[in-house]
Design a protein around this ligand. Structure first.
Ligand code: SF4
Ligand code: SF4
Length: 264
């Protein structure tokens, strides 16, 4: 029986997600997006009130009310989608995976519903550029700085045959001494802060640091706890942020690729 299953598996067609499909793909993440045509002041207020973190807020700026969505603080609870009467939907694409911290913030003018585009350059969805970057190998050291292990479960998934991280020349390594990039999860607990500093110091330059998940980006649901010393950028310099709680494997891959793209 087991041999039949293995035989069938070996003879079946190999299915890989093309890189074009991975870029910006946020399906299944429960991160919100906004339908500007349905946004009203009342819906924006209701959604901001429903948000259990500071991810959704209303701000007065330039004489107008702005809806601010900070993906760094978003724990993907879906409450804004429930309260948003169709104006908030599950994001299909998320251009900010791998962005700088300011690139995780989006704004809409509540009166007109129009998105206020940030000055940060939009990350381009260029598979050709990504492929040329990935001619080089990249070694990643994953660091769990107090995560609930939700992010680790998704990071493990990017190494499975479906996402197949290794096809890009990207490998996980056991020592920071062999790493080009640190992929750090968790809010950085007090007990892990020194370990994170030492891991950073042990990684040869030039090096990249990517904060993973709401915890890595902002502290997530643990932000402000007496047990945390983070978020990560309070401990070591960070080059890119991948939001989500947890980010999906596609968001992780897209974020890693975009950080490489930005730093090339
Ligand atoms: S999904 Fe994110 S933005 Fe929406 S309510 Fe939850 S934490 Fe706030
Ligand atoms: S971001 Fe969410 S899934 Fe990832 S470690 Fe924090 S709580 Fe867990």
């Amino acid at each position: 029986m087991i041999f039949d299953t293995v035989k069938q598996s070996l003879s079946s067609r190999r299915v890989l997600i093309p890189v074009e499909q991975l870029l910006m793909d946020a399906q299944g993440s429960r991160m919100p997006d906004v339908q500007p045509s349905l946004l009203t002041a009342e819906i924006a207020r209701r959604a901001a009130d429903a948000c259990p973190t500071t991810a959704l807020t209303l701000e007065e700026a330039d004489g107008r009310t702005q809806l601010v969505l900070n993906y760094a603080d978003c724990v993907a609870c879906g409450r804004c989608i429930e309260a948003g009467a169709g104006a908030f939907v599950a994001a299909q694409k998320l251009a900010c995976c791998g962005a700088t911290k300011s690139g995780l913030v989006r704004r809409w003018d509540v009166a007109s519903g129009a998105e206020i585009v940030s000055s940060e350059r939009e990350m381009e969805n260029s598979a050709r550029e990504i492929r040329s970057l990935l001619g080089r190998a990249l070694n990643i050291r994953e660091v769990d700085a107090g995560s609930c292990n939700g992010c680790e479960a998704e990071i493990v998934a990017i190494t499975n045959p479906y996402y197949d991280l290794e096809r890009f020349g990207i490998h996980f390594v056991a020592s920071p001494k062999h790493a080009d990039m640190l992929l750090v999860t968790g809010p950085v607990t007090r007990n892990m802060a020194e370990a994170v500093r030492q891991t950073y110091a042990a990684t040869p330059s030039p090096k990249l640091v990517v904060a993973v998940g709401a915890c890595g980006c902002s502290g997530g649901i643990f932000a402000g706890s007496h047990a945390t010393a983070g978020p990560l950028d309070a401990i070591i310099p960070v080059d890119g942020y991948i939001p989500g709680c947890p980010p999906t494997p596609a968001m992780l891959l897209s974020g890693i690729l975009h950080v490489l793209q930005r730093r090339s």
